[in-house]
Write a protein that binds this ligand. Structure first.
Ligand code: SF4
Ligand code: SF4
Ligand code: FES
Length: 242
């Protein structure tokens, strides 16, 4: 069957740091081509100085996220067909994060916020204790399962306007992580975790715009997680614990 694909794409790619500019490349069109394929073609065939980041190419590592025609996306699983406007693509570094160079952002503040939200598991058991048995259908396990598949890609963070307005805001991924851990019945330090996510830079700053949930490539709902945190913080305040 004859193909209707255009023979080439006009791709504007961000070059440089914060004060950089878009540079246009012509890239051959291929069937089943992903945005990451396009960027890789530019780097391998047209300009080896182009900086970008990826690892797994199968939607697991979370390192390949970029802005594509103004929308944050995981580029290894985004097909050109789905996002191209005529023959034009615009590819830039993730929004809401400092640009190091070209398509590479500095993710430190994104992961520092996970730490600020107490996003690491702290168990209460010792090696003397038996394995914890958590029923798959128990409500906390169901809630924890809903957020556990986060790959730390930063797409939700780039989609969130509150992060843009308030750079201190912990953001959807860190808060989703905190909610997942609060529902892990094997963990401890939940009161400290609630204290860490309460306040002006925490869950109450969320305006429930749901951009994070709409954009999350793993179909998670940070918005629902944040609503859960708001409820638990309110309960802790009513009980005089916070
Ligand atoms: S729901 Fe909250 S965290 Fe998600 S994009 Fe909106 S303001 Fe940001
Ligand atoms: S919640 Fe979704 S969009 Fe946000 S970092 Fe995790 S996987 Fe990426
Ligand atoms: S390269 Fe790993 S998620 Fe895209």
């Amino acid at each position: 069957m004859a193909t209707t694909l255009k023979v080439s794409l006009k791709v504007s790619v961000w070059r440089g740091g914060k004060d950089g500019a878009f540079q246009v490349f012509e890239v051959p069109r291929e069937a089943s081509q992903t945005i990451l394929d396009v960027v890789t073609h530019i780097q391998r065939a047209l300009d080896p100085t182009l900086a970008y980041r990826f690892a797994c190419r199968v939607g697991m590592c979370g390192s390949c996220a970029m802005m594509v025609n103004g929308v944050p996306r995981w580029t290894c699983r985004t097909h050109v067909d789905k996002v191209v406007a005529g023959d034009a693509l615009e590819i830039g570094p993730l929004r809401n994060l400092p640009v190091i160079r070209d398509l590479v952002t500095d993710m430190r503040e994104f992961f520092d916020k996970w730490a600020r939200a107490k996003g690491e598991f702290r168990g209460g058991a010792t090696r003397e204790d038996d394995f914890a048995r958590v029923r798959p259908d128990s409500p906390p396990r169901v809630q924890a399962d809903a957020g556990i598949e986060c790959i730390g890609c930063g797409v939700c963070y780039a989609a969130c306007d509150v992060v843009t307005w308030n750079p201190d805001y912990l953001g959807p991924a860190a808060l989703n992580r905190a909610w997942t851990l609060i529902n892990d019945v094997r963990g401890k330090e939940n009161l400290e975790r609630l204290r860490a996510v309460a306040g002006d830079a925490g869950c109450h700053a969320c305006h429930s715009h749901v951009s994070c949930t709409e954009r999350c490539p793993k179909h998670l709902s940070p918005t629902a997680a944040i609503a859960g945190l708001k409820r638990e913080v309110a309960k802790a305040v009513l009980h005089g614990d916070l």
